[in-house]
Design a protein around this ligand. Structure first.
Ligand code: FE2
Ligand code: FE2
Length: 223
């Protein structure tokens, strides 16, 4: 790869990261989504590498998969408990909003499709388009699994009152194989799960510098 390509990719990634700050309405929202997004990117890169489909579009899409959420009202985004129908509809719109942002602001049409697809389900009951099985981009399916895994193990608000362990989350992914998730990808995920360890959740709040250093665009070199 020539130097110009490397510089170009670094600029692209930096632009992707700066979008968080531009779009986020609030520091609390920014922090919530930035940390979640970093972890989903980390998991997605590992899974994509394991099956040989890693590229810059996947990396940017995983980082920005929820970018369409961070302009939504904090009352809805961080609401404890169940969302009503309208709130759920607003939340669901984030796949399409994210697709628009990545396509028009970053001019990355492939990454935009992956963002759009991350809540589709293998059985066609996902959103925004109700795509089924291989109609969903492979990268969208990868991000979907990694997103669910992080939500189960760390994000208390969306899933369980208490986060569950990696092993418990894996069992949950397996129980949703071939309904919510691509079962082959769940199997691949199981193969790499021992290599996914990250700092404990408390650390993410306490030591932002360490976390930023961990993800400071050296992801490919560390994996
Ligand atoms: Fe999402
Ligand atoms: Fe997410």
């Amino acid at each position: 790869m020539v130097l110009r390509d490397i510089q170009c990719q670094e600029t692209l990634f930096a632009r992707a990261e700066s979008l968080f700050k531009r779009i986020s309405q609030d520091n609390e929202v920014l922090k919530t989504f930035q940390f979640h997004s970093f972890r989903v990117m980390h998991f997605s890169i590992k899974l994509a590498k394991a099956i040989g489909c890693y590229d810059e579009d996947l990396k940017v899409a995983a980082l920005l998969h929820d970018i369409g959420k961070i302009g939504i009202s904090k009352k809805i985004l961080l609401k404890p408990g169940k969302l009503d129908d309208l709130e759920y509809q607003i939340i669901q719109a984030h796949s399409t909003i994210g697709n628009n942002i990545v396509r028009t602001i970053l001019e990355m049409p492939k990454a935009a499709v992956y963002v759009r697809d991350h809540h589709e389900r293998w059985d066609g009951r996902g959103y925004p388009r109700g795509l089924k099985a291989n109609e969903i981009s492979l990268q969208g399916r990868i991000i979907g699994i990694c997103d669910a895994f992080d939500t189960m193990t760390i994000d208390r608000r969306n899933y369980h009152v208490c986060p569950i362990t990696y092993d418990e989350a894996l069992q949950e992914l397996k129980s949703c194989a071939w309904t919510q998730f691509d079962g082959s990808l769940v199997n691949e995920f199981e193969q790499i799960i021992d290599h996914l360890r990250l700092p404990l959740p408390g650390k993410w709040e306490e030591d932002l510098e360490q976390i930023n250093a961990l993800f400071a665009d050296k992801e490919e070199n560390r994996i």
